[in-house]
Design a binder for this molecule. Structure first.
Ligand code: FES
Ligand code: FES
Length: 158
C-alpha cells in the first residue's frame, strides 16, 4: 500500500516522514524515527507500555495510526529529561525503587506525567486508578505509586 507523507512535532522537533496507512504510531516512532524508548507489549491496547502523549493527552501508540499523528504534537519518553538532567518523575522512580526490568517504565512515566500535569490536585486513589492503565509484569506497583504520589506533592508544592 502507498505510503503517506506526515509531518508532526516530536519532543519539540518537527519530523517529516512516510508511513503506510496501517502503520502504528508506535512503529513509526521506533522504526522511522529511531525513538525506541517507546516500548511495545501487547499491541492490542491492553498493557499501556506504549503510552505517549499526543496534544497533551496520553494515548496508546499501538492503537493510533501514524497518519493520525499528522500535524500533532507528540511527547515520548525521550523528551522527558532536560539534557543530562532527569525529569523529576524519573528521579523519583529511581529513589522509590520503582524501576525493575524497566519494560513498562516508559509507559508508566508518560501515564504519570499525563495524570499529574493535567490534574495537579490529583489524589492518591485517583493516582492508583489512573496508573492501573499500565501493566507491570514485575508487579512492583508499590514503588511506582509512591513515586507518582511524591511527584504530585512536588507539583502541588506540599
Ligand atoms: S503495546 Fe500498546 S497497549 Fe500494549
Ligand atoms: S518493571 Fe518490569 S514490567 Fe514493569
Amino acid at each position: 500500500m502507498d505510503e503517506q507523507s506526515i509531518s508532526l512535532t516530536v519532543n519539540g522537533t518537527e519530523q517529516n516522514g512516510e508511513a503506510e496507512p496501517r502503520m502504528s504510531l508506535a512503529d513509526f516512532l521506533r522504526e522511522r524515527l529511531g525513538l525506541t524508548g517507546t516500548h511495545i507489549g501487547c499491541e492490542h491496547g491492553v498493557c499501556g507500555v506504549c503510552t505517549v502523549i499526543c496534544d497533551g493527552m496520553a494515548v496508546r501508540s499501538c492503537l493510533m495510526f501514524a497518519v493520525q499523528a499528522d500535524k500533532k504534537e507528540i511527547r515520548t519518553i525521550e523528551g522527558l529529561a532536560d539534557g543530562d538532567t532527569m525529569h523529576p518523575l524519573q528521579t523519583l522512580f529511581s529513589e522509590q525503587r520503582a524501576l525493575q526490568c524497566g519494560f513498562c517504565t516508559p509507559g508508566m512515566l508518560m501515564t504519570a506525567v499525563d495524570l499529574v500535569d493535567n490534574n495537579p490536585s490529583i489524589t492518591p486513589p485517583e493516582i492508583k486508578a489512573g496508573m492501573s492503565a499500565v501493566l507491570c509484569r514485575c508487579t512492583g506497583y508499590e514503588g511506582i505509586l509512591k513515586a507518582v504520589e511524591a511527584y504530585a506533592k512536588q507539583i502541588k508544592g506540599v
